[in-house]
Ligand binder design. Structure first.
Ligand code: ZN
Length: 365
């Protein structure tokens, strides 16, 4: 499995059951735009465990301009989000914050530059570097993998058999057709993207004063990636957390699990009544955040103990299944169970095991 958010989605989507049929091109997905305070809105995708995972966004409408947090996976998604913003205000977008380097948080940047040429894109300095390495540097390979995937799923759908010649039941055959359509829609969009990287970077904190609004852009420590930032509105008591905090199942790909626990503690300590996660539903208490913190603690403790006893990676995988946690996060929903395994357990156990053994950090792509 490649240590890359976008590429992982391709393999993980296979595991997500019961998705709706998709027309040619990218699927249309349901979303909500929620007013959180005067001039502050969350754009929230309603079905986070969807085929193509998309980031939420925050719109902060100020006296004379707008700040946006995260722009979606591809320009067509960015256009859906920007069209909703235009319904709320005619003020121009002056700033976009990309919370981290994963493709689904900055793939729509070019749309904002087209619509508002004066916009500036803000990110942590490591995020900018990782966007060049992990997204732009890996895109050709990612597109090739989508094209290979599409050809394979088309073959499965046409023949009713998988690569080993085993017959597919009706559900899997239909699913293969859906995935082929998704990959066929995504590949040309990615190929046509105009790279629009962050042009304003910072290390720890950047504070914007827009009229009587204060917007704090905070790096609180290593976490889901090395450059995650939180956008905090102290007066409105609202924080957008990027993927430091994702609902209904956390993502743990290429992460810094032990540091992430204390970083989440700093998110917890913000005086915010409303948390807008990178994916999933807006949270108005700390119950889910503390559940994620406890999951990370369990992961780190269990993997460290396995590594200390000399367990190999395979032995560690067998020992650290996080089965009780899967039940807490996924309930009895098979699609969420598979998402929990694909997005968290599989990548996190391996990387935490390497970290426990003191292995040098792997590059992002
Ligand atoms: Zn994300």
């Amino acid at each position: 499995m490649r240590n890359r958010h976008g590429a992982l989605l391709c393999s993980a989507v296979l595991a997500l059951a019961a998705a709706p049929a998709e027309p040619a091109g990218l699927p249309k997905k349901p979303y909500d735009v929620l007013k959180l305070a005067e001039g502050v809105y969350a754009f929230v995708w309603k079905d986070p465990a969807q085929n193509l995972i998309e980031s939420n966004a925050l719109f902060v409408v100020n006296d004379r301009d707008v700040l946006v947090v995260d722009t979606g996976m591809v320009p067509s998604t960015g256009r859906v989000m920007a069209a909703e913003l235009k319904k709320l205000t005619d003020r121009p977008v002056r700033y976009v914050v990309n919370t981290h380097w994963h493709d689904d948080h900055h793939g729509g940047n070019e749309v904002y530059r087209e619509l508002w040429p004066g916009v500036e894109f803000i990110a942590h300095r490591d995020t900018r570097e990782d966007i060049f390495g992990g997204t732009y540097g890996a895109r050709a390979k990612y597109i090739a993998s989508l094209e290979d995937g599409a050809a394979r799923y088309e073959r499965w759908a046409a023949t009713g058999k998988d690569d080993e010649g085993k017959p597919l039941d009706d559900g899997r055959r239909r699913r293969a057709g859906e995935l082929a359509a998704l990959d066929r829609g995504l590949a040309p969009e990615l190929a046509a993207i105009h790279n629009t990287p962050p042009d304003l970077t910072f290390d720890d904190r950047l504070i914007l004063h827009r009229g009587d609004r204060t917007i704090e852009v905070l790096w609180l420590g290593l976490g889901n990636t090395r450059g995650d930032v939180v956008v905090f509105l102290p007066r409105e008591r609202i924080a957008a957390t990027g993927d430091l905090f994702v609902q209904p199942v956390p993502f743990g790909i290429g992460s810094y699990y032990e540091d992430w626990i204390s970083t989440l503690g700093r998110v917890d300590a913000l005086e915010a009544d409303v948390l807008v996660p990178g994916h999933g539903a807006v949270q108005r208490d700390r119950a889910y955040l503390r559940q994620v913190e406890a999951l990370l603690s369990a992961l780190v403790t269990e993997v460290k103990s396995a590594a200390a006893s000399g367990a190999t990676l395979e032995e560690t995988r067998r020992k650290v299944t996080l089965a009780d946690w899967k039940a807490k996060f996924a309930g009895n929903d098979p699609a969420l169970e598979r998402a929990f395994d694909a997005f968290f357990v599989a990548p996190a156990v391996e990387r935490a095991w390497r970290q426990a053994r003191g292995e040098k950090d792997q590059p992002v792509s």
